[in-house]
Design a protein around this ligand. Structure first.
Ligand code: ZN
Length: 303
């Protein structure tokens, strides 16, 4: 892994609706000085307030990671933070003119493609790797999810997804600095189960959901009535279930795309520790609540 801090070469522009709020945002991804870390700036609010992308600022983890500071909020930050961490970007500013980061295609592909076209800028400052003195473990007894972190010579992650799903089965995925994030992890899209859609929607989530930005897994048989409801609410005509259990004719980017996306999310949430941690992470069925709870504990241990 590179031993110097890096930033991006120039400013990149993105725009689109947010997955959960459905609000439309313009986003600028800008270079930042060495030692400044990753920051979000709400340019639509008075004084253009800044929020550091650190675990202490996490305020909501319902199906995405939200950070806030006083009244300033940034929703669904995990795909852009994952991309920056995965590509080795230590310092950047993400400017938003609305509350939520655009979901784009549900992966980090657009960010990756933009940044890697120009390459990164070496800032000539030694990167400080974070060290742990003892293992840390968190678990959610309700879901059976757990994450274990053990001190190691370099950062790495092993993750297992097992929802008892007949469609996606059990998936094991791995990241370390030798894995090419840009081609192996960045293009994996977010997903949800068809039978959760109505519940999520009625709980003020996935308002910007679309078949262009999420993989929909049809685990249980979808009735005509359910398909009609989803079709009407999301404005999606011609919904059907494929033989292999996905909504419409979806081509997966990887056979284990869901596992890879969980890894993408975990990398984004772990980045909120505030740097590269010399530790091996083992995660079973992780989610944003557990990931960010862990990141908070890790921050308190390395201070
Ligand atoms: Zn995600």
């Amino acid at each position: 892994m590179r031993n110097c801090e890096h930033t991006i070469k120039k400013t990149y522009y993105f725009e689109g609706k947010g997955l959960h709020t459905g609000t439309y945002a313009h986003m600028k991804l800008k270079p930042a000085p060495a030692g400044s870390g990753i920051k979000f700036r709400r340019v639509d609010l008075p004084g253009k307030p800044v929020i550091d992308a650190i675990a202490d600022n996490v305020s909501n983890t319902a199906r995405s990671t939200t950070i806030s500071r006083k009244e300033t909020v940034a929703v669904t930050i995990e795909h852009i933070t994952s991309c920056l961490f995965g590509l080795g970007v230590d310092n950047a500013v993400i400017e938003l003119d609305n509350i939520e980061v655009p979901i784009l295609d549900g992966s980090a592909r657009y960010y990756v493609d933009a940044i890697m076209k120009d390459g990164l800028v070496n800032q000539g400052v030694t990167r400080r790797f974070l060290e742990l003195t003892e293992p840390v473990e968190v678990e959610d007894s309700l879901s059976g999810s757990w994450i274990k972190v053990e001190p190691a010579a370099a950062p790495s992650i092993d993750l297992t997804v097992d929802f008892g799903s007949r469609i996606i089965g059990v998936q094991n995925v791995h990241w370390d600095p030798g894995v090419d994030y840009a081609s192996e992890i960045g293009p994996s899209r977010t997903f949800c189960f068809f039978h959760e859609i109505e519940y999520l929607f009625r709980n003020n989530l996935i308002k910007g959901g679309d078949l262009d930005n999420a993989i929909v897994i049809v685990e249980q048989e979808a009735t005509d009535e359910q398909l009609k409801w989803v079709s009407q609410v999301f404005g999606l005509p011609d919904l059907h279930v494929t033989d292999d259990g996905y909504l419409n004719n979806l081509k997966l980017n990887f056979p284990d795309e869901c596992g890879r996306h969980k890894l993408l999310d975990l990398i984004g949430d772990i980045s909120l520790v505030g740097g590269y941690l010399n530790a091996h992470v083992t995660a079973f069925k992780p989610g944003h609540a557990l990931n960010t709870r862990l990141a908070k504990i890790l921050r308190s241990k390395i201070k």
